[in-house]
Design a protein around this ligand. Structure first.
Ligand SMILES: Cc1ncc(COP(=O)(O)O)c(C=O)c1O
Length: 353
């Protein structure tokens, strides 16, 4: 792929900011180069020094977990940062466009809007799969990015792999982003393993879900090293704070926690689904490959309001096209799920559906 053709020229030619930590990489010495406070931080752990701008230690750990090479990894302040940077490196408002497949994760549209990039929406089919023919038909010379979310938020299901391959095999004049935020809960392999075959592929993952680190803000983009270099060129120099880097390094050593979490969440999901099936007001429980389920209810809006009044906060998707009367429920711990079920039962018996 001739990347230069599909990256904005001012980004391709950009001379990036060179930080103090870019220019001197050693850890020993008298550091008088970054205008830091030499006294420390007033905390038990000192954070007075700027962190590693390219987060090499974390990347070294991720290589082993994701089976990729270190120059195929970009780390962002959440995967939302990667989404925004990708749009900024490939799209300009007067001659580029982006394809998304609603109902899907809202930040693709918001990021496109912030950057003033035209959006083409090709809705999922009624069974929440890609409308591949329509996507391929919608591609034109302005298309620079296609976002595919699999497992998809808010529907919870994986996209058919064959459909994704069809798009990868056809669209080569821009980039295909596969957002795998929830992949750890599914039984399918990641598309990271396809990077060498598809130079236009970018895979997004995050530590916010299965790894339990949403508050630390660590998102990952996997792509050809040329794309990764562009990410690094345009990101803020120290986009991942030192505290986050420190904690993530420790967390990534605790692989059993992640494995157990996934197992427990999957088990709790099957229990929750089994319980929901016995409730009258439940119309459809959509198949989920993620750590949440989308459920269609009778009088969903009222149920949602009732749950809020009972201090149970789910995500109302009733007003989203193709998700009418549906609520997205994150899988909680067993006691939380039981409480939810009990409240839903009360709601429907009290009003005698
Ligand atoms: C599909 C999808 N992608 C990305 C994200 C954002 O992840 P992060 O916390 O890494 O910004 C989310 C968050 O809910 C999501 O659902």
């Amino acid at each position: 792929m001739d990347y230069k053709k599909y990256i904005l020229p001012h980004i391709w030619d950009l001379k990036p900011y060179s930080s103090a930590r870019d220019e001197f990489k050693g850890s020993d010495g008298v550091f008088l180069d970054a205008n830091e406070n030499p006294m420390g931080s007033g905390l038990d752990v000192n954070y007075n020094r700027y962190p590693d701008p390219l987060q090499w230690q974390i990347k070294g750990q991720i290589v082993a977990i994701k089976n990729c090479s270190v120059d195929e990894i970009f780390l962002g302040n959440g995967s939302d940062e990667a989404i925004d940077l990708l749009i900024r490196m490939t799209c300009t408002s007067n001659s580029s466009s982006i394809i998304i497949c609603p109902p899907t994760y809202g930040m693709y549209e918001v990021s496109a809007s912030i950057n003033n990039i035209p959006l083409t929406k090709i809705n999922l089919t009624t069974d929440y799969q890609l409308n591949t023919n329509a996507i391929l038909k919608a591609i034109d010379s302005s298309t620079r990015l296609i976002f595919i979310c699999s497992p998809n938020n808010p529907t919870g299901n994986l996209m058919n792999r064959a459909d994704i391959y069809r798009i990868l095999d056809t669209f080569k004049t821009g980039f295909i982003v596969i957002d795998e935020a929830y992949i750890d809960f599914s039984n399918e392999p990641s598309f990271i393993q396809e990077l060498s075959k598809y130079p236009q592929l970018i895979v997004l993952q995050t530590l916010s879900k299965a790894y339990g680190l949403a508050s630390l803000r660590l998102g990952m983009a996997f792509a050809n090293p040329t794309i990764i270099q562009l990410f690094n060129k345009i990101k803020p120099p120290y986009n991942i704070g030192g505290a986050t880097q420190h904690l993530v390094q420790n967390a990534l050593k605790n692989r059993p926690f992640v494995k157990d979490s996934i197992q427990n969440i999957k088990f709790n999901k099957s229990q929750l689904i089994a319980d929901l099936k016995h409730i009258n007001g439940v119309l459809t429980i959509f198949h989920s490959d993620a750590n949440f389920i989308l459920v269609k209810f009778i009088r969903a809006q009222e149920l949602f309001d009732y749950l809020i009044s009972q201090k149970i906060i789910a995500r109302n998707r009733s007003n989203v096209e193709l998700c009418e009367d549906s609520i997205r429920i994150t899988i909680g711990v067993e006691s939380e799920n039981k409480e939810l079920i009990q409240k839903i039962r009360v709601f429907y018996t009290k009003d005698d559906v």
